[in-house]
Design a protein around this ligand. Structure first.
Ligand code: GLN
Length: 489
């Protein structure tokens, strides 16, 4: 094995090597930091590297492994999106306003990973406060797509997707409010899954739009997604939206059998304007499922057209409320030169927030203001119900819904930066699953002639993560897209 070879392996393969003691967690972690050192100058996936923490965790993991006490994640190096609170480790949300914020506690998912013996390599770059689809809204570095450094990695979990795609982490956590796990996963050729709303505790996730946010895995393959989701999911009394249901065994139920499975193809998702190579890859994926014995059914989700507008009313409204806590008083940036309290508030926010975040706060505050509330926020909630009803209706006749993850592969950096509306359209296929609270996965299903990854999205019934994962696994196991890596990184 060459020096960085273990870095491209999924966690379930590394597990065997670690348990057989062919490899120690410490040597694995060291290999990852060598890999990071060699490519990070080009990719910029991380805001913060936590090598000291990682080596300590690796040594503890090695002791457990030696005693035969390992679990699926013991000693596995993981990257964390920089909006997940990590005790004693800077958590910035890629915003100047939180540039020096060190949380006094761990998010529940972080605490669970610590207990599972995982190793934290660092915190990954993102669009500021998770608002964006390209990671270009970070107040810090611009993360590059490992497949083409001139392209964006997607967003907002672009750092997490790029870290896994560039073999700078075995797996990563991201958050998904309107597509922020799935769209970057598609751009970077990795698997990304948004669980059902309520499946994973959001305690300690810095809130963007609380009725939509979910935390989920970004991994090399479907089995790893099941492993990571199994580790972070389940009820948490500290998040009242987390559902009090036992976490199913997503690993044991993983299977390739799709015979008789009813897969719905919504006509509203196969529209003009989709990139032709994306369209062709999707057609051949559908054909694959048909040949494997699935029943392919045309369906309609008639309110799809309203999803983006609805999302941008509701998400901005919730964001304007959530982000009011950054006032320079309790945490984050505080401007010292202000002449009075009001100026301190407004200057801290003016200098601390980037322009996209300000735009969203203004749109959201407007949507919630008296006189406009009924026309925007209330109307948005009503349309959200219609969108959810479309899915309820569809799931009476199909088990899972198949769509592209994004209408195009990764685009060039800078291309959409001055045009927020085109940027917002990156999420037309991912947003509805958030509005309806449904589990959805993106997995690699092709490469364009320019060697850019293409993503396939599968959306399932509420809490049917097992069905979504197995449907994805059935495709993955017959293809090698998950094993491809960017060639000239
Ligand atoms: N790209 C979408 C937005 O800008 C979704 C972001 C997300 O899921 N966090 O809001």
């Amino acid at each position: 094995m060459n020096e960085t070879a273990p870095c491209s392996l999924p966690a379930h393969v590394l597990r065997q090597k670690l348990d057989k003691q062919e490899l120690s967690s410490r040597s694995l972690v060291e290999a990852f930091y060598r890999r990071i050192e060699s490519v990070e100058g080009k990719v910029h996936a991380y805001n913060t590297l936590t090598k000291d923490v990682a080596l300590t965790q690796a040594d503890q993991a090695d002791q457990l492994i030696a005693k035969g006490e390992s679990g699926p994640l013991t000693g596995i190096p993981i990257a964390l999106k920089d909006n997940l609170c990590t005790k004693g480790i800077r958590t910035t949300c890629s915003s100047k306003i939180l540039e020096n914020f060190i949380p006094p506690y761990d998010a529940t998912v972080v605490e669970k990973l610590r207990k599972a013996g995982a190793v934290f390599l660092g915190k990954t770059n993102m669009d500021e406060f998770a608002m964006g689809s390209s990671t270009e809204n970070s107040a810090f570095e611009k993360t590059a797509n490992p497949w083409d450094l001139a392209c964006i990695p997607g967003g907002s979990s672009g750092g997490s997707a790029a870290a896994v795609g560039a073999d700078e982490a075995v797996m990563a956590l991201g958050s998904d409010t309107g597509g922020s796990i799935r769209q970057p996963a598609a751009c970077c050729g990795v698997v990304g899954m948004k669980p059902t709303y309520g499946r994973v505790s959001r305690f300690g996730l810095v809130a963007f739009a609380s009725s939509l946010d979910q935390i989920g895995p970004l991994t090399h393959d479907v089995r790893d997604a099941a492993i990571l989701l199994n580790a972070i999911g389940g009820h948490d009394p500290r998040d009242s939206t987390s559902v009090d249901m036992p976490m199913p065994d997503l690993i044991g139920t993983l299977n390739e059998n799709v015979a008789g499975l009813k897969i719905g193809i919504p006509k509203e998702y196969f529209i003009e304007g989709i990139d032709s190579e994306v369209g062709a890859a999707l057609e051949s994926a559908i054909e694959h499922y048909r040949k494997a014995g699935a029943e392919i059914k045309a369906i309609s989700l008639p309110h799809t057209d309203y999803a983006t507008a609805t999302y941008y009313v509701l998400a901005t409204a919730e964001a304007s409320s959530n982000l009011s806590r950054y006032d320079g008083v309790r945490f984050g940036l505080r401007i010292q030169e202000a002449k009075d309290l009001l100026e301190m508030y407004s200057e801290s926010r003016r200098l601390g927030f980037g322009s996209e975040v300000k735009r969203r706060i203004m749109i959201g505050a407007h949507a919630l203001s008296s006189g406009y509330y009924d026309a925007y926020y209330k109307k948005g909630q009503q349309v959200r119900t219609l969108i959810k009803n479309d899915f309820d209706e569809a799931f009476k006749s199909v088990d899972v819904i198949l769509t592209p993850t994004a209408p195009t592969p990764a685009f060039k950096m800078g291309e959409k930066l001055d045009d927020p509306l085109t940027m917002y359209l990156c999420d037309i296929f991912t947003i509805s699953a958030n509005l309806a609270g449904l589990p959805a996965i993106s997995l690699p299903c092709g490469l364009t002639s320019n060697h850019l990854p293409i993503g396939l999205q599968l959306i399932g019934r509420p809490f049917d993560e097992a069905g979504v994962l197995s449907t994805a696994y059935a495709f993955e196991q017959q293809h090698d897209f998950h094993e491809r890596r960017p060639e000239d990184l």
